[in-house]
Write a protein that binds this ligand. Structure first.
Ligand SMILES: Cc1ncc(COP(=O)(O)O)c(C=O)c1O
Length: 358
């Protein structure tokens, strides 16, 4: 059996949720959209069921998967519905629904529903992706107040630059939000992971941590809680071949790496078809039998090469960690010019193994 594996430590996930919850002033929705950022939404939601206040997903299909697996906690649909027909199922599955656009508002008002819905009213306070502008928000709020299809409303917005502690934009967004909701008696929801880490003065009734639950650090803070979050996924494989090459010999497609001196190369059974980033360059860190070393040359579909020079004990069968406790996924992401979110969501084809021990 091919040795490429994603080990998912559900105990670390619970630990991270509890740490995130301490940062929140109040309740925290565990964001488990996109199959829990590639970790497996059902397994993650079940592991958090007795500690979480609720979950957030991106669409009805993701929510139905959780309900079918026995998840009874609140689930918020972060983009609401994509077609009017979904409203009946949103009622049936007892989901909480974001409204971010005029067409959704009108569809909600006109629908005939068996029960009124819990609505999360999204404001575009500066990200300019989805949501109602601050100047139109009060009018939408009023319409929701008189709609028979609305049971209650949570006021929400989303930050676009909370991972930049030196930018004032997050405070500007929060100010625009708070000014526009004056007089509205309703809970608010604003903080994602970077806001929880970098903006302690901004808190809300419902936080929405995602990436910190999985142990990645979206903000480069020099101290504090960031170091206490534990990686949930370990991406690992094994060395399947070794070759000794003299100076001047290339490795892999395109001869992107050429040995400057004698080099011992290990070939690892994992590649971009497993979700390892093809753009990770020579020098990207990996660990072989617990020792840090580096990637050599281009990543192929099913294999990649690592430097075993000086690691004389390593050979065929040696364990390779691509990311996990020894190699931070944030380091790999930085080397490959991307973010941990994308790396985690891209993992595929590998065998998933779940554990509850740390
Ligand atoms: C509306 C909303 N809230 C919360 C999150 C979670 O963000 P993070 O993973 O940065 O905590 C996301 C993720 O994209 C989101 O779209």
């Amino acid at each position: 059996m091919r040795p490429a594996r994603a080990l998912i430590n559900l105990q670390a996930l619970r630990h991270n949720y509890q740490l995130a919850r301490q940062l929140c002033a109040d309740k925290a929705l565990a964001v488990v959209k996109a199959d829990a950022y590639g970790h497996g939404a059902v397994a993650c939601a079940q592991a958090l069921h007795d500690v979480a206040d609720g979950f957030a997903v991106s669409c009805l299909e993701e929510a139905v998967e959780l309900r079918a697996a026995g998840v009874t906690l609140p689930i918020v649909l972060l983009e609401g519905f994509f077609a009017v027909e979904e409203l009946a199922q949103i009622v049936e599955y007892n989901l909480w629904c974001v409204i971010h656009a005029q067409w959704q508002l009108e569809a909600l008002e006109q629908a005939v529903l068996l029960q009124p819905l819990q609505i999360w009213l999204k404001m575009d306070s500066g990200m300019h992706r989805v949501g109602f502008f601050p100047q139109e928000y009060a009018a939408v709020w009023q319409r929701l107040q008189v709609s028979a299809n609305v049971a209650s409303v949570v006021l929400m917005t989303h930050f676009s630059r909370a991972d930049e502690p030196s930018s004032e934009y997050t405070q500007q967004q929060f100010q625009a939000f708070t000014e526009a909701i004056v007089g509205m008696q309703a809970p608010i929801s604003v903080c994602n992971s970077p806001a929880l880490l970098a903006w302690p003065e901004i808190r809300s009734d419902w936080s929405r941590p995602g990436i910190i639950l999985y142990g990645s650090q979206p903000v480069a803070l020099s101290e504090g809680l960031t170091t206490e979050f534990q990686p949930v996924m370990t991406l690992q494989s094994k060395i399947i071949a070794v070759r000794e090459l003299p100076a001047g010999e290339p490795v892999g497609y395109g001869a992107q790496f050429v040995a400057a001196g004698p080099v011992r190369v290990g070939i690892v059974a994992i590649g971009y078809a497993d979700g390892y980033p093809r753009h990770a360059p020579t020098g990207t860190p990996v660990a072989v039998d617990g020792c840090r070393t580096q990637l050599l040359g281009r990543v192929s579909m099913d294999m990649l090469a690592v430097d075993l020079t000086g690691l004389s004990q390593a050979g065929v069968g040696s364990a390779v960690e691509l990311w996990g406790a020894q190699i931070s996924i944030d380091e790999v992401a930085a080397a490959a010019g991307t973010i941990s979110y994308e790396l985690l969501c891209n993992v595929k084809r590998v065998a998933y193994e779940y554990s509850t021990n740390d």
